[in-house]
Design a protein around this ligand. Structure first.
Ligand SMILES: [Ca+2]
Ligand SMILES: [Ca+2]
Length: 377
């Protein structure tokens, strides 16, 4: 089930004829600053909660009627369980964390490897069981060497891990359900939501309309482990809004999610906070963070930036910087790494309005028109 995307990527080949567009970012001022807004004649307040990442909250962004409507529409459309096999586990290979660079891959090193490549959080004893069951430990001496690992394939490990967690929801990267409630864009309350996102973000319609709106439901014990909402821009990979083509084949591209607007659609008494473990953190080095265990949100939900779900409240954050030179989409802000704490209450409904930049838009944002290198012509 793919979201309907407004906008077009087909134009990507003919960028130079298109007018340039500007990428805008709100000024956060200082943490705690409050800005008065008037949206649909309703006075609201936007508060800066963080500068790393740049993140705002707006209480009562949606009315209780609107929240109820979006939940109702989501139920009507029907929710499906978030499928973990759609996540990073699809990558063909993965780098093994052999941190001490010796010839043994310890259970701890493999645990970190699996966390990093699959977003799956195992204990060292789980890894030992997998080593045992799969026969990766060829000579059965309880130690897996780099040589032994070379005899296996990433797929064998992935399959073993996925099988292992099948009946263990707490070890899965995410436990929730989702749906895209609006395949048509005629719903009045959905239109009102889009207008409001446009007004608040002050992005050009072309940008904020290139979005999808997803509704998530977390049940009791539901959670989402730490993840990035976008992909890093440190390579030349083109932007896209879907990493799969119509036939379901993987496309060489990256998601360029500029802004995420997350709206809490109900009150939650206990648990289910949205957390940003790396907010204002000195390091965003993922290896260091895995060692510290901060990415395992199911286990530890301590974070400097922790947002309690409250009916109607919107949280807005920027997943990317603006490149200071080109003024186009810059690097991903790794402080945006986020997740949802384990639910104690029965139910949480969340609306996610994601604004994606297409490759065509990214190029049109550049002050100087990109030209292909000569050897590619
Ligand atoms: Ca090692
Ligand atoms: Ca061995």
């Amino acid at each position: 089930m793919f979201p309907t995307i407004i906008g077009s990527e087909e134009l990507a080949n003919n960028v130079t004829n298109q007018p340039s567009i500007e990428l805008y970012k709100l000024d956060g001022g200082k943490v705690g600053d409050v800005k008065e807004l008037l949206l649909n004649n309703v006075p609201l307040q936007m508060k800066t909660l963080s500068l790393e990442p740049l993140l705002f909250e707006i209480p009562n962004f949606l009315s209780s009627d609107e929240c109820a409507h979006h939940i109702e529409q989501a139920k009507k459309t029907g929710l499906v369980k978030s499928d973990i096999s759609r996540m990073r586990s699809q990558k063909k290979g993965f780098p093994v964390f052999n941190t001490d660079d010796n010839d043994v891959v310890t259970a701890k090193e493999m645990k970190m490897t699996i966390e990093h490549s699959m977003d799956i959080y195992l204990e060292e004893e789980d890894v030992l069981k997998i080593y045992n069951e799969t026969g990766i430990d060829l000579n059965k001496d309880g130690i897996v060497t780099v040589e032994e690992l070379k005899q296996t394939t990433p797929n064998i490990i992935k399959t073993a891990v996925l099988e292992f967690i099948q009946d263990r929801p707490e070890k899965q990267p995410i436990d929730n359900e989702f749906t895209f409630p609006y395949q048509e864009h005629t719903d009045e309350m959905y239109q009102a939501l889009r207008d409001r996102v446009g007004e608040v973000t002050q992005l050009s319609p072309e940008i904020f309309e290139n979005h999808f709106f997803k509704v998530l439901k977390f049940g009791k014990d539901g959670f989402s482990n730490g993840h990035f909402g976008s992909d890093s821009a440190r390579n030349k990979t083109p932007c896209c809004t879907n990493k799969k083509d119509v036939e379901g084949q993987e496309v060489f591209c990256r998601i360029c999610r500029y802004v995420t607007v997350q709206i809490f659609l109900n009150d939650v008494e206990e648990g289910g906070e949205t957390v940003f473990p790396l907010a204002s953190n000195g390091t965003v080095d993922i290896g260091v963070l895995r060692e510290q265990g901060v990415s395992n949100i199911y286990k530890s939900c301590d974070a400097k930036l922790k947002i309690k779900p409250e009916l109607g409240k919107a949280v807005i954050w920027y997943n990317h910087f603006i490149d200071p030179e080109s003024k186009s989409l810059g690097d991903m802000d790794r402080h945006t790494f986020n997740g949802v704490c384990k639910m104690v209450s029965d139910e949480q409904w969340v609306g996610i309005y994601s604004i994606d930049i297409t490759e065509e838009m990214r190029k049109r944002m550049m002050k100087t028109v990109e030209t292909a290198p000569k050897d590619e012509l």
